[in-house]
Write a protein that binds this ligand. Structure first.
Ligand code: PMP
Length: 432
């Protein structure tokens, strides 16, 4: 990895360490589908999709064509002052693929982070309330609003305060690592009771504008809340006039085997934030919400000079088309089940695997030192991911010990099999 290492050294000399969490000295040269090649000519199966961004895979020909056609015409003409057909067309498509039969409108941005900021703005201006509820462990991005919503890392919040006021963090319904020490079968939805107690004691619910939740957790650790939790949370929101907002930046756009992960619960949210994969790697985010909520925001409260740029919008339109034409949502379900089956099979063999969970091609594998105490095995995660990279599989972990299995939705069964064989072999070697 000589060329890669050289670039890493130059990088460290000029680029902020605050924007990098390196795992291995990997510098990409090219990619196609689920296969990428580094600057030294090594090939890898991508089980990471660049943090769930490349749902349509690397350099999908249709995406490239859409981008090239637009670039040939013009790259940008500020939609803050003028209008743009690709942007309108993509917004129209978004209102159709998102849940809810009501009239919706869209706000565009450049990143999942600004999408979350925008959601706070929408909620506050629509409800006239200030308080917002989010969840412990959540990652919502790194603008000030998004950091304020997040509760995943002290370093993310240290030294940069004050953050946005009036944001409260609740325990996430993570049944494997229940905050109240309960086993799944004895769950009395203590996390919801905790929120209810908060509403009785220190958070006047009539001052709460919104609850912002990832319906299936990403960085919290791939937790899937119980159906009854989500239903009751939604009911409580409706009863108290609180907006129910979902962050689908990581889990949206087909990743979990539905267009949006909230659809697994049959719930129609008031506001949806999306980003990452929607333009197949170009910077674009969107907030889709009920018309009256979007209309509550004044001009120019959520405006970015290159928002909804036509090149990004064309790429995004092509992304929806590719997902539909290639049946990627169904593919995600089928392959996801196969991957879970394989990991569950490994779980029977290796004590190291404490839990396997996820939906579609968004799967987390908990590595633990002890199945009873569930002590996280970070060393195992580091070593296994590093070794997999050496053997040609890009695999990352999150939450200190959870293998993050999120390949491009276009990955083939053969590629998945090859990657899983390497992962299993590496786990076996680690144990030996
Ligand atoms: N929300 C979620 C759930 C995310 O996973 C992320 C990115 N990891 C973000 C928001 C922030 O998106 P971005 O990095 O594009 O700002």
């Amino acid at each position: 990895v000589k060329n890669c290492v050289e670039i890493v050294q130059r990088d460290e000399n000029v680029i902020s360490k605050a924007s990098r969490a390196p795992y291995f000295p990997l510098v990409m040269k090219s990619g196609r589908g689920a296969i990428v090649e580094d600057m030294d000519g090594n090939k890898y199966i991508d089980m990471f999709s660049s943090a769930a961004v490349l749902n349509t895979g690397h350099c999908h020909p249709k995406i490239i064509q859409a981008i090239n056609e637009q670039i040939d015409k013009f790259i940008h003409f500020s939609t803050d002052y003028m209008y743009s057909e690709p942007q309108v067309q993509f917004a129209e498509m978004l209102t159709k693929i998102t849940p809810g039969d009501f009239k919706k409108k869209v706000c565009f941005g450049l990143s999942g982070s600004d999408g979350n900021d925008g959601a706070i703005k929408l909620a506050r201006s629509y409800t006239g309330r200030t308080k917002v509820i989010s969840f412990i462990g959540a990652y919502h991005g790194s603008t000030y609003g998004a950091i304020s919503l997040s509760a995943i890392s002290l370093n993310m919040r240290r030294k940069i305060g004050p953050l946005l006021p009036e944001i409260y963090h609740m325990p996430y319904p993570d049944c494997y690592r229940c905050s109240f020490g309960k086993k799944r079968e004895y769950c009395l939805m203590e996390c919801l009771e905790y929120m209810k107690t908060a509403f009785q004691n220190y958070i006047p619910s009539e001052e709460v504008a919104a609850i912002i939740i990832e319906p299936i957790a990403g960085d919290i650790g791939f937790a899937i809340p119980p159906q009854k939790y989500m239903e009751e949370l939604y009911r409580m929101c409706k009863e108290k006039g609180i907006l129910f907002i979902v962050d689908e930046v990581q889990q949206g756009f087909g990743r979990t085997g539905k267009w949006f992960s909230i659809e697994h619960f049959g719930i129609v949210p008031d506001v949806i934030i999306m980003g990452k994969s929607i333009a197949s790697g170009l910077p674009l985010s969107a907030i889709v919400a009920r018309e009256e909520i979007v209309d509550a925001l004044n001009m120019p409260a959520h405006l970015f000079t290159v928002q909804g740029n036509p090149v990004c919008a064309k790429s995004a339109i092509a992304t929806i088309e590719v997902i539909n034409e290639e049946n990627l949502i169904e593919h995600s379900n089928v392959l996801g089940e196969y991957i879970k089956e394989r990991f569950n099979f490994m779980k029977e063999k290796y004590e190291l695997i404490g839990d396997v969970r996820g939906k579609g091609l968004s799967i987390g594998v908990e590595l633990v030192k002890d199945r009873i105490t569930k002590e996280k095995d970070t060393q195992a995660a580091i070593k296994i991911c590093y070794r997999c990279w050496q053997k040609g599989v890009i695999l990352i972990f999150l939450a200190e010990n959870i293998l993050r299995v999120q390949p491009p939705l276009v990955i083939t069964r053969e590629e998945v099999k090859a990657a899983l064989n390497i992962i299993e072999e590496t786990i076996q070697e680690y144990i030996d």
